[in-house]
Design a protein around this ligand. Structure first.
Ligand SMILES: [Zn+2]
Length: 148
């Protein structure tokens, strides 16, 4: 029976997307529209696959050195437990961490604007948030598909 389920699952999986595993660094491009201007905002993070078994005994915070409430009070193992048990607190704490990271980037940008060093901040930010090799290979493949 599980063989049939495995075959069905395999037929439904997309093979044209890169396989992302827990521990991989991903860089996500988000289109941001501000008035009439449009830009691509890049975010980088580590895939933690918190629902998988890998974090069952991981007592570190979501992200080391993060000072958000979620990282200061919860471990990956406990968040994994909350998510597996469908406890809304798990999703809320992930949102707290994600919002904190977003707000920190914006606060850093504002501080650099005030200090007149935004161009340096921007260059460093873009350099650190460039797409990974995996994503670039995927995009190249997609472009080649469109061109064919
Ligand atoms: Zn955090």
């Amino acid at each position: 029976m599980s063989h049939i389920i495995d075959q069905l699952e395999a037929s439904l999986l997309r093979s044209d997307l890169p396989r992302i595993q827990p521990g991989d660094t991903v860089k996500v491009h988000v289109k941001v529209k501000e008035g009439e201007k449009e830009r691509i905002q890049l975010f980088q993070g580590i895939v933690i696959g918190i629902k998988g078994g890998g974090y069952k005994a991981d007592f570190r915070p979501i992200e080391e050195n993060c000072d958000c409430f979620a990282c200061q009070h919860f471990t990956r193992a406990y968040l994994r437990h909350l998510l597996k048990a469908n406890e809304i607190l798990g999703l809320r704490m992930l949102s707290v961490h994600n919002s904190h990271m977003y707000l920190k980037v914006m606060a850093d940008a504002r501080a650099h604007l005030a200090a007149g060093t935004f161009a340096e901040f921007y260059r460093e930010f873009i350099a650190n948030f460039a797409p990974s090799q995996k994503i670039m290979a995927h995009r190249k493949k997609e472009k080649e598909k469109l061109a064919a």
